[in-house]
Ligand binder design. Structure first.
Ligand code: C2E
Ligand code: MG
Ligand code: MG
Ligand code: MG
Length: 282
């Protein structure tokens, strides 16, 4: 519907789902202010082991708390920030904040969970990206294996060799790499052999249909087998029902993320729900 209302206009929804349409330039200015005034916050969604149902980590998901419009979804502003280049400073803040939180929760619980952070193509392709990751890990400090970077297949189309080099550097640091929205990126599968990655995230649209459409089950089964043969972990995202969960578990899907097991939550609520103190006397 945004398209019907003009090319450079995007739809905004506030907390009460009231609709406003703003020019892209207005959003850009508003984003500029949001960066200055630190109007962003991170929500965290749990990720679980498919077999044991144990918590294995969480995905950081950005929210823009706008003083007038309420919580604005990243689906609306991330594509604009990517276009304007504002994703660089927003993205750096996300990595720093997510690492700080992971460190705090590790100390609090004595557990070594993994924090997943979404990385936009423009961010990944920026020349100092690896250096920034390195300095955040050093400064926090956070063990590199506790950080998972979710990249998309899109980084492969820009310059495959550049991407392979950067991924190798990241692997040398010791961070974990996941391919987000796997299967939706129109890229060839050849990169799977060449990219040093750890995990595939099966995109939600495939998961949506698995209890009704045999084609979707076929695709999901194939992705799981592909991942196993390539020695990659595989996680299903957007799992909403118990039927989907049972089916994925029977297909030996390694890990599960979705509303059926846990929604994205503000840090304090996530902490109260999942980061129960396991150390004595604290
Ligand atoms: P994504 O990385 O694929 O994240 C998963 C999205 O699915 C999240 O939407 C999450 O809230 C939602 N989700 C998880 N489980 C379920 C479910 O069971 N049902 C449904 N209907 N939805 C589920 P969200 O938080 O709105 O984020 C949308 C997208 O915005 C993300 O998709 C990601 O690509 C991007 N994004 C979010 N945070 C960041 C960020 O910090 N940096 C960058 N570059 N992109 C971000
Ligand atoms: Mg993601
Ligand atoms: Mg993503
Ligand atoms: Mg995804």
């Amino acid at each position: 519907r945004a398209k019907e209302q003009g090319k450079n206009q995007y739809q905004f929804f506030n907390g009460e789902m009231d609709r406003i349409v703003l020019q892209k330039t207005i959003i850009e200015t508003a984003l500029h202010e949001a960066i200055e005034k630190k109007q962003f916050t991170l929500f965290y969604q749990p990720q679980f082991d498919g077999q044991t149902k144990e918590l294995i980590g969480m995905e950081a998901l950005i929210r823009w708390i706008h003083p007038e419009h309420g919580i604005i979804s990243p689906a609306i502003f991330i594509p604009i920030a990517e276009e304007t280049g504002q994703i660089i400073s927003i993205g750096e803040w996300v990595i720093e904040e997510a690492c700080r939180k992971m460190k705090k929760w590790s100390e609090q619980t004595g557990r070594s969970l993994r924090m997943s952070v979404n990385i936009s193509p423009k961010q990944f392709l920026k020349e100092n990206f690896v250096e920034h990751i390195y300095s955040v890990l050093q400064n926090t400090p956070l063990p590199p294996h506790q950080l998972d970077l979710e990249i998309t297949e899109g980084v492969a189309v820009f310059n495959e060799q550049y991407t392979i080099d950067k991924l190798k550097q990241l692997k040398q640091l010791g961070v974990h790499i996941s391919i987000d929205d796997f299967g939706t990126g129109y890229s060839s599968l050849s990169y799977l052999r060449k990219f040093p990655i750890d995990r595939l995230k099966i995109a939600k649209p495939f998961i949506d249909g698995i209890t009704e459409e045999k084609e979707d089950v076929a695709v999901v089964k194939a992705i799981i087998v592909l991942a196993k043969n390539l020695k990659l972990r595989v996680i299903a995202e957007g799992v909403e029902t118990l039927q989907q969960l049972d089916l994925l578990r029977s297909l030996q899907c390694d890990e599960i993320q979705g509303y059926v097991l846990g929604k994205p939550l503000p840090a304090d609520v996530f902490e109260k729900t999942y980061m129960k103190n396991q150390l004595p006397n604290e």
